[in-house]
Design a protein around this ligand. Structure first.
Ligand code: NDP
Length: 344
């Protein structure tokens, strides 16, 4: 128990990036190492990881940083020792400290990805703290702001969501359903399609691995599509955009279908300009950090919807820090339903 034995030498385990990912990430691109942590200085606190998030952005972002960094990633951690009254022992934080079991956080710490200091877990009562990596965290805010601010959905309209059975997609579809839209999801298995319809309230689901997207979409939305929340890019997205109504709105959240490609191997995709001008579509990309000044609003709204039974969630949980890579690659390959997390 470190909190009562702070004089003991503390060891942290962490994954260091030793090769930038090329095509599909390999376990040997990361190295698990042990590090001795020094005693705390004034203002510092020691955080022990409880849950880790594995997210798609980790795949393309890593190459922006030099080799030798700790693998990027957000975690929920419990403060086990503190010399900072604003971050007392036993409180939990959400922060992008990376794939490491223990972290000494000093007051000036800002993470590499978001350039933010960790924040204290919001008061979510007896809900699991891991939700702050998903529906009550960054992915939840991505769904909330991306959908409402960019798609501007209206009751009676039709929305298509790609990556529909993942953390963000399943959340977007539920908000849209609550607003009275006709919701069509695109995802990669029959199990996911069934889950979207039976549990998440989607109206129609297309398994892009076994069903042609264009003809099935025409069946599901014969009048055309008003909004598209795009998590995947590539040909799936081209097929959707060609079926959009005049003045349709597209929120480009991510393009996971291209994350394993480098610039020389990017897949060719259908030219989009004709439909953009013909139907006067509005296509806008975004980063959720655009709404950093409204972060708490998103979390509190999603929390309220969760408590009212208007939002449901699912987590695909992997156990054990030693299984981080398997969880990461599994998520990229589509093995997750809902949010992919790792319990430390
Ligand atoms: P998910 O939980 O959706 O997990 C990723 C899913 O992507 C997999 O489960 C898999 O499901 C699907 N996928 C993988 N490869 C492909 C492919 N080639 N074509 C189609 N689908 C594929 O992840 P998140 O909800 O966390 O993220 C969803 C998207 O949002 C990502 O693109 C991510 O980069 C983006 N994002 C953007 C943010 C922003 O600020 N703009 C913030 C956070 C995330 P399947 O079985 O259906 O293939």
């Amino acid at each position: 128990n470190f909190s009562s034995q702070s004089h003991e030498i503390m060891k942290a385990r962490k994954y260091v990036v030793v090769n930038h990912f090329v095509n599909e990430a390999k376990p040997t691109d990361l190295k698990l190492v042990e590090e001795e942590l020094p005693p705390l200085q004034d203002g510092e606190y020691l955080a022990e990881a409880e849950y880790f998030s594995v997210d798609p952005y980790m795949r393309p972002y890593v190459r922006r940083y030099p080799l030798g960094i700790t693998m990027l990633g957000t975690q929920i951690a419990k403060i086990v020792e503190s010399k900072n009254p604003a971050f007392p022992v036993n409180k939990r934080i959400v922060g992008n400290m990376g794939w490491r079991t223990h972290t000494i956080v000093n007051p000036k710490f800002k993470d590499l990805v978001f350039q933010e200091h960790p924040y204290l877990l919001p008061d979510i009562g007896d809900l699991p703290s891991s939700l702050c990596l998903g529906i009550l965290g960054m992915p939840g805010n991505t769904a909330y702001f991306g959908l409402l601010e960019l798609c501007k959905p209206k009751s009676g309209e039709t929305i298509v969501v790609s990556g529909a059975a993942g953390a963000i997609g399943s959340h977007v579809g539920q908000i849209a359903k609550n607003l009275g839209l006709n919701v069509i999801g695109i995802c990669g298995s029959d199990e996911k399609c069934n889950w979207l319809i039976e549990e998440m309230g989607f109206d129609f689901a297309i398994n892009y691995k076994t069903m042609p997207v264009a003809s099935n979409l025409r069946k599901a939305a014969p009048q055309g599509v008003d909004c598209y929340f795009d998590n995947v890019g590539g040909d799936i997205s081209s097929a959707v955009m060609y079926q959009m109504k005049p003045f349709g709105r597209v929120a480009v959240c991510g393009s996971i279908s291209s994350y394993d490609a480098d610039s020389s191997s990017l897949p060719k995709c259908t030219i989009l300009q004709p439909i953009l001008s013909k139907h006067e579509l509005r296509v806008e990309g975004f980063l959720v950090t655009r709404w950093m000044n409204r972060w708490n609003e998103g979390i509190m709204q999603n929390l309220q919807w969760l408590r009212e039974g208007k939002l449901r969630y699912r987590e695909t949980e992997t156990k054990g820090f030693e299984n981080m890579f398997e969880a990461f690659i599994g998520m990229l390959r589509g093995e997750n339903i809902g949010k992919a997390i790792v319990q430390a």
